[in-house]
Design a protein around this ligand. Sequence first.
Ligand SMILES: [Zn+2]
Length: 206
Amino acid sequence: MNSHIFPGEHVAFIEEFENGRNTYVVDGSIRSSSFGVKVFDYKRRVVKTEKKKGPLTPKIGDIVVGNIDMLFGSMISIKILYINEIFTNAGFSGIASSRVSDSQNSSYHGGSRRDRFDKKSRFSFRVGDLIRGRVYSLLNSSIHIIIDEPDLGTIYSSCYNCGGETIRVGNSRIKCVECNIQEEKKLASDYGIQTIINLADLSRIK
Ligand SMILES: [Zn+2]
């Protein structure tokens, strides 16, 4: 009934309905051109997609938070859990480059692009790390995310050695409170377990 549909998804056949707003026709199949909910007008025999209101789909400029679910080469895949601090279980995945600049003060717009991409990152990324990023491109239906800004990067990671709680002990260093092992990471400025708790609380209110 009110199930969500994705762009390109089949909505109805042209024998059954006329295509209305936010739909298009391919080989007799009416497809949605946007993320939303399909709405059937049985009287006029028109089907349309009602665009979902609110930040359900990540847009350019949105701040997203999610877990790393895969590492491949110099890229990380992030399963998006929050879009602008609102929880989503729509199952979006974003990709980001793990080659981030060493400088905590670098911004995406400033600095030399070459420096950033020629250097191999000394920061570690692991599956399960909670990452905050900004959507900067939606090219080829992929959600491209940047993480090399002071507020972006890892917001929490459990100890890779014992699974214990970690705390920040430097600009880009965390330490396990259980086994004392340290790790270099690209940390968001508010790194810490409290950030996850705040995020969960905030999203419950919204
Ligand atoms: Zn540990």
